[in-house]
Design a protein around this ligand. Structure first.
Ligand SMILES: [Zn+2]
Length: 351
């Protein structure tokens, strides 16, 4: 039987009263107290973090009976990406703190308002995309405060940071695991590569890392890389569906990573035919309009290949889209509307 200190059946307001003292924003910074402080080994603590001005963030801390790595899992940075959210619900129920080595910091639904209001990419209150505002601002808008809490309180105590996404309501996406190739952090990149391989997705993607120390990271797992952590992202699911296969794949990927870290027991069996893609290229929409394409995520495309076309709302063709690259379509806009400058296709190069 798991020991639950605070459970979600406690009203949210009461949880806010009971929440951590470190959580109050002081100016633009959160007080630097570890979220693990005061949590007994072998227990679970579920609570809402008070971000100030009635904004809050749900955090589940599963502290293993034995000390070990701190592994952070974030879902719901985009509230319309359901497979990550549901897979993490399963993880919350399946991990026994008495059997766990180390600790899990789990943010099950980073953008809760986006989830309940079914808003795609952005937070309904401030219109900001949480995965573009890192490192955030503790005295900013609600989205900036969520990012600031993760940047200032969660990432500093984290050894491995995993941010999980999927194809949003408009995205057709190939499932993959990805990480940044930070050249001056070979140990962290080496571990990320091992964990990506253990996750057992057919495709892994390695992004170049060119961020300077004083540049905003914008993305959650890039912020973790900038802070010198091992960080990965999983992408699975598409077009706003709570797809069972994608949920299973994410759950299995997380459990395999935890086995690779020796935080939970069990053997990992991986496919021998994993493919590694590097340095994805992006094709942007040249114009707003209605988008037609027979290409699907996972398709192999070649430079110059015809990919589709865009019309105006009278049906007149405005632009034809051709690939500028050879590679595999990682994701594409999978629904008719496109806006100027949006990524229509992301194409990974075969390594
Ligand atoms: Zn996302």
């Amino acid at each position: 039987m798991k020991q639950i200190i605070l459970v979600h059946t406690i009203p949210k307001l009461l949880l806010l009263v009971l929440t951590f003292s470190f959580s109050l924003a002081i100016g633009s910074a959160f007080a630097q107290v570890s979220p693990l402080a005061g949590i007994a080994p072998g227990t679970i603590k579920n609570s809402y973090i008070d971000l100030g001005e009635s904004d809050s963030l749900a955090l589940s801390i599963i502290r293993g009976r034995v000390d070990g790595p701190v592994f952070t899992i974030v879902a719901g940075i985009h509230g319309f990406e359901y497979p990550p959210i549901i897979a993490v619900q399963r993880i919350l129920k399946s991990i026994d703190p008495k059997e766990l080595k180390g600790s899990l910091l789990i943010i099950p639904l980073a953008s809760e308002a986006s989830f309940y209001q079914r808003s795609v990419f952005t937070h309904p209150e401030d219109g900001k995309n949480l995965n573009r505002v890192f490192p955030g601002n503790g005295s900013g808008t609600v989205t900036e405060k969520i990012a600031a809490f993760i940047s200032q309180v969660i990432i500093p105590v984290t050894d491995v940071f995993l941010d999980i996404h999927g194809g949003d309501a408009s995205e057709d996406l190939l499932p993959f695991v990805c990480f940044y190739d930070r050249k001056d952090a070979s140990a962290q990149v080496g571990l990320a590569r091992k964990l990506a391989s253990a996750a057992d997705f057919e495709y892994n993607v390695i992004y170049p890392y060119t961020l300077k120390a004083d540049q905003p990271s914008e993305y959650a797992f890039k912020e973790a890389v900038q802070q010198g952590k091992t960080a990965l992202s999983i992408e699975a699911g598409k077009l706003g569906a709570a797809d069972r296969v994608a949920i299973d794949r994410i759950e299995n990927g997380i459990l395999n990573m935890l086995k690779e870290m020796e935080m939970i027991q069990g053997s990992i069996s991986t496919h021998s035919d994993q493919r590694w893609l590097v340095n994805p290229d992006y094709i942007k929409a040249p114009v707003q309009g209605i988008f037609y394409s027979d290409i699907k995520s996972g398709d192999q495309v070649s430079r110059g290949q015809y990919l589709g076309y865009i019309t105006d709302i009278f049906g007149e063709k405005l632009e034809e889209i051709h690939s500028g690259f050879d590679g595999i379509v990682l994701y594409k806009i999978g629904t008719p509307p496109v806006n100027t400058g949006e990524t229509m296709f992301c194409i990974g190069k075969v390594n």
